[in-house]
Write a protein of this length. Sequence first.
Lengths: 391, 297
Amino acid sequence: MKATCWMGKKRVEVQDVPDPKILNPRDAIIRVSSTAICGSDLHLYNGFVPSMEKGDILGHEFMGEVVEVGKGVSTLQVGDRVVVPFPIACGNCGACEAGATSLCENSNPNAWMAEKMWGHSPCGIFGYSHMLGGYAGGQAEYVRVPFADIGPLKVPSHLTDEQVLFLSDIFPTGYMGAEMCNIQPGAVVAVWGAGPVGLFAMASAKLLGAERVIAIDRFESRLARAKDGAGATHAINYEDNDVYDVLQGLTGGRGPDACIDAVGLEAHSDSVMYAVDRAKQAVMLESDRPLALRQAIRCCGNGGTVSVVGVYGGFIDKFPMGAVVNRSLTIKSGQCHVHRYMRPLLERIERGEIDPSFVVTHTLPLSAAAEGYDLFLHQRDECQKVVLKAA
Amino acid sequence: MLGVFSLTLGLAQLSAPERVAGLIGLKNNSRTRWAMRAIGLREVLSGLGILASGESAGPLWGRLAGDVVDLGLLGRGLTGGRQRRGRLLATTAAVAGVAAVDAYVAAKTSRNETIQKLVAPVHVVRSITINLPAEQIYQFWRKLENLPKFMSHLESVQDEGHTSRWRAKAPAGTHVEWQAEITLDRPNETIAWRSLEGASVPNRGAVCFKSSPHRRGTEVVVELKYEAPGGAVGATIAKLFGEEPGQQIASDLRRLKQVLETGSVVHSDASIHHGMHAARPAEDTETTKLTEGSGAQ
């Protein structure tokens, strides 16, 4: 089959690889119809995630048709059309029982590697390094899905792939980012990053009752989509404005009630600190550059919540802990527990409360995956979200 | 013992340097003969020193220093060409083995506690929480035939009534077998066992099951103690090859949890193939074979 393989820093190639096989009784094989490139795939592409090996198959946002099921799967049948959540979760362990599926205690066969890096291991993830399991990803014609009896969600045929595909990651991820803000009536929520996850965080904050939603980015096309598509009430281009001052102005000097970091470890800024953080990353003094996170903490109003859904992998410097302690801020974070959100969000889509397809700007065949990564990374042609068609 | 060995080797090198050189795989010329005589003299002196000093570790460290010098010389021989490489390699391996024994005995004889700790028996304690009642986990464990399902180094365990026969993989494709007996069996609480006399790696262990707070399943604590070949030094060396005992037990417990909670050991493409291979382009995967139940790590 054809699959998108990571061949080294800034190199992906569509290659011929062996078809996946059922390895555990609770596996299923899915023939992928649509798969997307995630912003977090760009962290792999840029070489910021350790334990990637040449040839690893990428992709954790995908959907398709069930073509084979293991003998332990009774909830799916060959021919079912399903969306697959990116965290691999068993449904039996303590974390899964508590609904925290991205903390599944059984799905990472390389847990020892993650334990060395982070102390404890989270779940395994499709196509996201050996430290997170060494699972082949879904930017391919076929993919093996473990624990298929509890993961994949059947989707109705009247919804298009583009309307349901993002239930695999970015819609639930953005939604959880907003949910962690504990939004009260009249709340002001500021979102750093108007990429796909940021857009879904904004749309979700509106769904959850925020009165003002403020988008922060440096690309006008993204800020426009934030206002037109995601329902942001205000947009700030940080290259032309002092974000802190503008937010003060929009909140009567209080600062937002909640700030969402939908940027993560490769933040960009025009400040001196950007150069400092880049230099430190280059010589391995820090692995992640937390420019958006620092600004979100500084801007957040007293007693507010900073919700982090952008991906961080390792260590950050100059973390403003003084602001957190002295101003009673709450920091919440996590990889999304997608399983928990898929069904209720599908219902919102079916009721017409949101149409997630608004984030898509490019649709390419799977064979053009390398071009898709390049478009997305360099923001060419106002690229916001790339969907690859595998069938 | 090591003293006698030194003395014999030294006398042989002094009396017939050309024959020893040939045996080792070195060219027979005047330089190697003189080197042989010098090393022989060193061996005789060190042998006498060990025999004379009785329990002291000093001369043993001297032997180890000698081994290091020899390994250096052999290394030069190997890179120098014109020698008999096969024999030289065999000799190097033999000297490295002797050096390991020397280090072990010297450390054991040493009065320094820190150094003594290096050869103490390996003692590992690891735990995991399993989302099932203690009875179920106890019953699974007590059926000793189940142990190889999650202990990756075990090949089989046969329950023979009062005793049991264990067969395990050992380094370099070898196997070890031993007999063990259960020394304590408190249903749903504790099982303890120890190897019977004659085991090549004397070992004992225990597993406790206790309910975790707020009914979050059962905490399983495993304690293992064994005399690894080479003691903790051996364990440290093994660590370099990924077989560190603490890691091994932790991974075994993780597989136990997977088997009991999800029904089987969880595999990814990378955990099935050897090394760190995910599903990769065809030319890389053709050399690896998929084997049922291969190590999940």
